[in-house]
Design a protein around this ligand. Structure first.
Ligand SMILES: Nc1ncnc2c1ncn2[C@@H]1O[C@H](COP(=O)(O)OP(=O)(O)O)[C@@H](O)[C@H]1O
Ligand SMILES: [Mg+2]
Length: 345
């Protein structure tokens, strides 16, 4: 586990709260920060980052529009965290360019800190700081911070403000780090595995919060390995594997692309020739999975298949109908399953 100290996380916070900060966090910040107006929120081209012999990110290009919830989805080790750390200036790319609202994360650090809120995958604070002290400290970095009471409530931390950081559960620490990412009313929030370690209710609360934050016009980059989270929240998703983007589209289009439509899987009552089904207008493909048959197609696929089988004196048993999902897309494009397990290492 890589652990970031509080000091590192706070590199992303403006130290002296100057005039520009209140401008940056007020509505219509783009108009004040003239250089950031009308630009993509994030523009990454041909990003490459190696750690010694390991190529963590290998030629990633993507663009995030202002106001979008953009997902970066992929299995562990895919290069998701490295990509966003390069995007916000925490790591220096080996090659490629990054810009946030037209700003360079390396040379425009000050301005970047004013518009970006970050929840890092692993943050740590001194054990003896209280939750309220951490919130107040972060709050003090901004001229027009979010309402801390409201934020703490939204994240289920309202009763925890007097508790020591060390006494928080993994889920509570996670929620605190999300609160800190949002406390400066950023133009863009980068959330890395925001809901890892949360129970199902905590996860739904966090999703609702993200949707509320987006309604205020905040651009959100959401790193996740939870399919359901990406499907539920994201406008567009980049599927990343082995440091490369394998697909980038809306969750629905990715899912549709995976199988080109729907499928019906069944156990035939007797063997039959695939041509019985491949001749149907609704059918695009017939595959065998052991004794089961998987038929992919469009339109009234299931009734066409079942009626045709019936007319041939066959019965379809153990029938399962599927509309393809983002998970299917991922498996199809990368050959690997995403790990849906909880794993806080
Ligand atoms: N600081 C580091 N030093 C060496 N290797 C690293 C470091 N950070 C990440 N890696 C490696 O880079 C690859 C991508 O890691 P990461 O960006 O954390 O992926 P993800 O967030 O998708 O799990 C992995 O193989 C990981 O082991
Ligand atoms: Mg990661």
């Amino acid at each position: 586990m890589r652990t970031y100290m509080a000091g590192e996380a706070s590199m992303l916070r403006p130290k002296g709260a100057g005039e520009t900060i209140s401008k940056a966090v007020s509505r219509g910040a783009g108009a004040h920060l003239g250089r950031t107006a009308g630009r993509p929120a994030v523009q990454i081209t041909h990003l490459r980052k190696t750690y010694g012999p390991v190529t963590a990110v290998d030629d990633v290009s993507l663009s995030v529009a202002e106001g979008e919830i953009f997902g970066i989805l992929g299995p562990n080790g895919a290069g998701k965290t490295t990509t966003v750390e390069c995007a916000i200036g925490l790591r220096v790319p080996d090659a490629g360019t990054v810009s946030l609202f037209g700003l360079d994360p390396q040379s425009d650090r000050r301005e970047i800190h004013e518009i970006v809120g970050v929840q890092l995958q692993s943050s740590a604070f001194p054990a003896k700081l209280r939750v309220g002290e951490i919130l107040d400290m972060y709050r003090s970095f901004y001229r027009q911070p979010a309402d801390v009471t409201e934020l703490a409530e939204a994240l289920g931390l309202a009763g925890k403000r007097r508790d020591y950081y060390r006494s928080l559960s993994g889920g509570q620490r996670q929620r605190l780090s999300v609160a800190l990412a949002l406390i400066g009313r950023p133009k863009i929030a980068v959330l890395d595995e925001m809901t890892a370690g949360l129970d199902p209710q905590g996860r739904r609360d966090a999703w609702n919060l993200i949707e509320r934050v987006r309604e205020r016009g905040v651009t959100i980059v959401l790193v996740t390995h939870f399919m359901e989270e990406a499907e539920r929240l994201c406008d567009r998703v980049a599927l990343i594997d082995g440091g490369r983007i394998v697909a980038l589209d809306t969750p629905a289009s990715l899912a549709a692309r995976a199988r080109g439509g729907k499928s019906i899987r069944f156990l035939p009552s007797a063997p039959f020739d695939d041509r019985l089904l491949t001749g149907l207008a609704e059918v695009t493909r017939v595959e065998r999975e052991g004794r089961h048959v998987v038929v992919t197609g469009t339109g009234e696929l299931a009734s066409a298949v079942i009626l045709t089988l019936h007319a041939a004196g066959l019965e379809a048993r153990d029938v399962r109908l599927d509309a393809s999902t983002l998970e299917d897309a991922f498996v199809r494009l990368t050959g690997t399953h995403l790990n849906e397990e909880e794993e806080q290492s």
